[in-house]
Design a protein around this ligand. Sequence first.
Ligand code: AMP
Ligand code: MG
Length: 352
Amino acid sequence: METKVIELTENTLDTPESEEVLKEAGSIIKNGGLVAFPTETVYGLGGDALNPESSRKIYAAKGRPSDNPLIVHIADIEDLRPIVKTIPEKAKKLADAFWPGPLTMIFEKADIVPRETTGGLETVAVRFPSDPVAAAFIEHAGGYIAAPSANTSGRPSPTLAKYVVEDLSGKIEMILDGGQACIGLESTIVDTTVEPPMILRPGYITKAMLEKVLGEVDVDKTLLTDDSGQAPKAPGMKYKHYAPKGDMAIVTGEADEVVKRINDLTAKALSEGKKVGIFCSSDTAASYDKRAVIKPAGSASDEDSVARELYRILREFDDENVEVIYSEAFDYGGVGAAIMNRLLKAAGRRVL
Ligand code: AMP
Ligand code: MG
């Protein structure tokens, strides 16, 4: 199959040319095809959420295990009601506070949502993205788009259209190129069917932000420790995700010690003939061994920029055939919890 790649940005959304593109994308979805599209978190691989055949195609295109449920994306709050059994009071509050935006909520599903979309579960994950291109696409496509991240299963989520092309070209009908995803990490997932509500995946909407609206909020224990012996409540969290090809380790400690330790480890790996990559903040980038591939992601105090650049940098290490990656650890406060969650998964939890 030939994959059309078409630029569609917020600034040109109102032109007749864009309207044509959106109509074409919408009709691909209504005919059971797949379209990748930008959102504020990462690129999504979209299909008709109410068509089981579309969901099957999504799993096939990504090489994703079919017990890993998809998120249903809507572009109008009125579209929530028909796909869920009930809307708990706390979900209404969260929707008021954070929708449209990078928050996914779990509800009991209504019968019209096929089990193919929910990975066999009786619950459904729903998100209302804020990205204007995403919203326009969802509206033109009938209102309900099932979309996981638009990467091959096991690779970092795409934050630029060129990475969607890399992973999915030839496997889907169309890719909408809306430029760089501004957040760069997947949405926060909150289960609203339990009391107190529980964070199943950390993201840009932090625990503190949720607690300000709801009071007490739990965190799935498996996100904090590896040895709780329980399966994560978001099925997707059990898979090794976001994995670069190189062997990755995270180095913790005081800033000076971390630099020294990474430089020692780098010297050793280089002496064994290995190509080394270093993921760091721009504050320390100049202190590292210049023989390594050094990739700073912005200042450690600017978490948003670290989040935005993380997946691009992991992919670049792959493109440059880096064999060993050392990463600085970042603070757990705010978005840092989501950054460290993704880094730990990328590193298979190897912490030095
Ligand atoms: P992705 O968009 O690729 O990050 O994948 C969607 C994520 O949402 C996966 O990690 C799923 O495990 C999670 N998810 C989707 N639906 C549910 C659900 N009904 N219950 C719990 N987690 C879900
Ligand atoms: Mg994903």
